[in-house]
Write a protein of this length. Structure first.
Ligand SMILES: Nc1ncnc2c1ncn2[C@@H]1O[C@H](COP(=O)(O)OP(=O)(O)OP(=O)(O)O)[C@@H](O)[C@H]1O
Length: 220
C-alpha cells in the first residue's frame, strides 16, 4: 500500500533574524495531503515568520522543511509550488481581474485557450463569474481577496499559504468569506496552512488548529 506523503512537514525548524536570536525554535508540524491547518497565536508570536520560512522567504538556522516527500531547504520560493494569499491580496494594479488570475498560468506558458478556461473556472469557484474585465481598483475588499485566492489556486499549488487573508475585512464579511473559503478549500482538495489570530476563523476554515506563542508551537 502506498501512502501519500504529507503536503508539509517541518522538522525541528529554527529561524532567526539579523540579531541572531532564534525566534522560531524547534518547530515541528505536519500538514497532511488535503488537510487545512490553522496556525493561531497573538500578535508578534511568530506566525508570519514561520509561514515565510515555509515559503522560502526566511533562511532557516536549523531543521528541515519537506513538501510531499521532497526536502526543500535549498529550493527557491518560486520552485516550491506554494500559493500565497496575504492580508491585503496584493493584486497587480495594472492588470484586470482576468489577467491577475492568469498571472501564474502565463508564467507557466499555458496556452491562451487553456488559460481562459482555467480563469473562468477559478472566477466561478470564488463567486466572481463575469468579473474578468473589471479593473482591480473597482473591487471591494472582499472581492479583491476572492481574486487573490483565485489567482493562488489557478496553478494548482501543492500547498496554500494563507497569511490572515480575511483580517482587513469587517466582521460580517469576514464570517461570510470564511465559510466560502472553507467550501473552496474542500472543493479543490487543497492542503493549506492558514495563519490567523481569530479562533472562530480558525474553527470555520481549518480541520485542525496549532497554537504558537513566543515562537514556540504548542502541541494541539
Ligand atoms: N525582519 C525582522 N527582524 C527582526 N525581528 C523581526 C523581523 N520580523 C519579525 N520580527 C519579530 O519577530 C517576532 C514575530 O513576528 P511575526 O511577524 O512573525 O509575528 P506574527 O505572529 O505574525 O504577528 P502579527 O499577528 O502581528 O502579524 C516579533 O517579535 C517581531 O517583532
Amino acid at each position: 500500500m502506498t501512502t501519500t506523503p504529507p503536503a508539509l512537514e517541518l522538522r525541528s525548524v529554527g529561524i532567526s533574524f539579523e540579531d541572531e536570536y532564534e525566534w522560531i525554535k524547534d518547530a515541528n508540524l505536519r500538514v497532511e495531503d488535503g488537510e487545512v491547518v490553522a496556525l493561531l497565536g497573538p500578535s508578534g508570536s511568530g506566525k508570519s515568520t514561520l509561514l515565510r520560512g515555509v515559503a522560502g522567504l526566511e533562511t532557516l538556522t536549523a531543521g528541515e522543511i519537506w513538501m510531499r516527500g521532497r526536502l526543500v531547504n535549498d529550493v527557491p520560493t518560486h520552485q516550491r509550488n506554494c500559493g500565497m494569499v496575504f492580508q491585503d491580496g496584493q493584486l497587480f494594479p495594472h492588470r484586470n481581474v482576468r489577467r491577475n488570475v492568469a498571472y501564474g498560468l502565463e508564467a507557466a506558458h499555458w496556452s491562451k485557450s487553456a488559460i481562459n478556461e482555467r480563469v473562468d473556472a477559478m472566477l466561478e469557484l470564488v463567486g466572481l463569474a463575469g468579473f474578468g474585465d473589471r479593473a482591480v481598483q473597482t473591487l471591494s475588499g472582499g472581492q479583491a481577496q476572492r481574486v487573490a485566492l483565485a489567482r493562488s489556486l489557478a496553478t494548482k499549488p501543492q500547498l496554500l499559504l494563507l497569511d490572515e487573508p480575511l483580517s482587513a475585512l469587517d466582521r460580517e464579511l469576514r464570517d461570510r468569506l470564511a465559510t466560502d473559503l472553507r467550501r473552496i478549500l474542500t472543493q479543490t482538495g487543497s492542503s493549506a496552512l492558514h495563519v490567523t489570530h481569530d479562533l472562530d476563523e480558525a474553527k470555520t476554515i481549518a480541520d485542525r488548529t496549532v497554537f504558537i506563542d513566543e515562537g514556540r508551537l504548542q502541541p494541539s
